[in-house]
Write a protein that binds this ligand. Structure first.
Ligand SMILES: N[C@@H](CCC(=O)N[C@@H](CS)C(=O)NCC(=O)O)C(=O)O
Length: 208
């Protein structure tokens, strides 16, 4: 089993950080231009999106960071990160999907518009930034409320819900997203950044 990745991709970074936290070791293959490289390898038929991360298993290719985290937890029996119990698992899924649908993509839009667009000399899309700022103002309060009286998003210990959120939150700085209005989320983020596994991960794969 091996993983196609590029350390600049936020979705790959999420999965690479997940591998560190869970101590799952995979062969890593770095790609620069996934669609072109996959086409030349004949992967276009196997991977529905042609995107990275792409996890090549004995049975086929999985090309979605969240699906890969779930699969790897089950495959390597990492149930503390993705519980086997039905309700506990659903709670992890709930917060993972909430973040994927309402939070993550907006942080990435802001990071793209505020950091990469000026760097690459592309056209700034003010409307996209306004929409993502508004969406975060609307959807971050539920994360803040969920963190009241707890240090992790679901259950009692770190799960893929936290790792998933961290995959996006590690882009806060390039996104120009300040967490002052959300003190519990801010505290959660500070705690996550101090985790030894995150410190190691950031040193191995620096953001810039
Ligand atoms: N929902 C997917 C998104 C993956 C994704 O957007 N990958 C981007 C890199 S960040 C990609 O491969 N882009 C190249 C392309 O679409 O050709 C996930 O969670 O893995």
């Amino acid at each position: 089993m091996y993983l196609y990745y590029n350390e600049l991709s936020p979705y790959c970074r999420k999965l690479l950080y997940f591998l560190d936290e869970t101590n799952i070791s995979l062969d890593l293959k770095r790609v620069e231009f996934p669609k072109l490289e996959f086409a030349s390898l004949g992967f276009s038929d196997l991977s529905p999106t042609g995107q990275i991360p792409a996890l090549v298993t004995d049975f086929g290719v999985l090309s979605d960071s969240t699906v890969c985290m779930r699969y790897l937890c089950d495959r390597f029996l990492k149930h503390s990160f993705y519980p086997a119990g039905l309700y506990e698992r659903a709670e992890v899924d709930l917060w993972t999907e909430y973040v994927n649908q309402h939070v993550g993509r907006h942080i990435l839009t802001l990071a793209w518009q505020r950091h990469w667009v000026p760097l690459l000399g592309k056209n700034f899309d003010r409307h996209a930034v306004e929409q993502s700022d508004a969406a975060l103002a609307k959807y971050l309060p539920a994360l803040e409320a969920q963190l009241a009286g707890r240090s992790v998003l679901a259950g009692a210990t770190l799960t893929i819900a936290d790792i998933n959120l961290m995959g996006f939150m590690m882009q806060c700085k390039p996104a120009g997203l300040y967490l002052t209005p959300w003190p519990l989320l801010s505290r959660w983020y500070e705690t996550m950044t101090k985790r030894p596994k995150f410190v190691d991960f950031s040193a191995r794969f620096p953001l810039n």
